[in-house]
Write a protein that binds this ligand. Sequence first.
Ligand code: ADP
Ligand code: ZN
Length: 600
Amino acid sequence: MPTAHSLLNSVFGYPAFRGAQAEIVEHVTTGGDALVLMPTGGGKSLCFQIPALLRDGCAVVVSPLIALMQDQVAALTEAGVSAAVLNSSLDSATAYRTERDFTDGKFDLLYVAPERLVTPRFQELLRRTRVALFAIDEAHCVSQWGHDFRPEYIQLSVLHEQFPNVPRIALTATADELTRAEIITRLQLETARVFISSFDRPNIRYTIVGKNSARDQLLHFIRTRHPAQSGIVYCLSRKKVDETAAWLCAQGVPALPYHAGLEQNVRALHQRRFVNEDGVTMVATIAFGMGIDKPDVRYVAHLDLPKSIEAYYQETGRAGRDGLPADAWMAYGLGDVVQQRRMIDESEADETFKRVSYGKLEALVGLAESAGCRRVRLLAYFGEHATPCGNCDNCLNPPRVWDGTEAAQKALSCVYRTGQRFGAGHLIDVLRGNDTERVQRFGHDRLPTFRVGADLSDKQWRAVYRQLVALGHLHADAEAYGAFKLTESARAILKGEINVSFREDAEQPRTRHSRSKKADFVASLGNSSSDPLLQALREWRRSTALEHGVPAYVVFHDSTLEAIAAARPQSTHELRGISGIGEKKLERYGQALLSVLGQN
Ligand code: ADP
Ligand code: ZN
């Protein structure tokens, strides 16, 4: 009789369980119900896959996403586990055969779409089959208030009613309390044990930069940190997605667009290329991402501000699922705050909803403007306490915070004297004393604020206005094309009743604080991409994946290839010690790997 740990070694090739995995596996294997809250990349799948192998019968896994199911089944099959999918993508002959094999007990795991699971026909199959457990993946789909709501998920309560003795494990990466409570009541998991993991993603480095020329900043980021690696760039509009993708291609970055306006087959093709190929950048609206299981996405970049911290965290969470270093990078500017506020203002929603939306946006703007550790702030938002992480922009290059009271007074007074009818561009011309046609036309060169701000650059004034809006001292009027209006607190600043401080937008990363860590990191990137052995291993993986018709990471993860390149194993025995090489893969690929190693 194998143990959980021996299966972890022999089937999956991993030396040890992570976090709460061991406890969860033990609990479910012995027949307990569980609700598992774990961040993306935390390792939820093993929590039901190993109990599925340990318990008698076949585990039935409910998952809302066809692509995700197929990926998991491909990975399990590669590892030598007997698993199958049952969803609408199958022709009826294949579906029939799969059902028969299922009732004949040929599988250890069967992945089923929720709409199929709740049909009377499938319920009947379940009654004729020995079911090891039910796993309900992406369990937050049961929440009517969430954006991934799937009505069929509500009917999953029949599982408990019809099969009270089969253990159930529900899993999600959605953290908030409300969703958790809803999962428990709707799926009747009141007596289930709840396992909550930390939502920290320590391998993700958070960076938020002030927007100047966002595209160039993005290109610089990609070229210096992630040349030839996979990443996602999020934009708000379809038009911007198309333009950015085309521009990146012209600059030599292989990029593909993805949004709901593209033909279905084009979208599918782009998604497939992104998943299967190494080093493709997907430029996308938020229509892209849900259910993308690609573990080696090295960065997620935002060219526009998301709606909330939840959205930001979910989107950035798609980076680095394999645990290797990854970046979450965002360029953020005044226009973003104005635009998001306008979208809320102009939406059809009721007042309560608008108020909640403003609050959520404010929290995100607070994160973007913060001079403290980004991770501490993110985790605090989800109710977790943390200490400064050493792996975000603010920890690595603490921003200078300066007393901006006088600058704020000049900026606000300029708004006031020009009649609260202008946006940042013109106001900055007045402050800096630029003699533009517009300045002339309105006679603003005769104002006392004309040229009082020549000491700060255009860019610095832009950052000042952005922060005044972010801090609520100015209101950008949507109806007047973003003209600034003073708020109550602005008057207090003008009267000298409150002081303001601003964070200085980093120009170039200053190296003094961070040289060692950062240099190490960059060096490690450089090494890994220039190591000929690693390149040969990647090349071998690419052709093998093509041959087997699976994504490259299903053959081996980057982390496994890197471990091989570092250890240079010389025998099957030495290969066995590498994380990510189980018995089946050793048998299947061991010789090929050793011959690649022999030639390099
Ligand atoms: P989730 O579903 O929580 O997003 P996955 O189950 O896809 O995460 O796991 C994320 C990655 O971590 C996968 O590549 C998986 O193979 C790997 N992984 C999971 N558990 C372990 C472990 N104990 N040791 C090493 N790698 C693991
Ligand atoms: Zn930090």
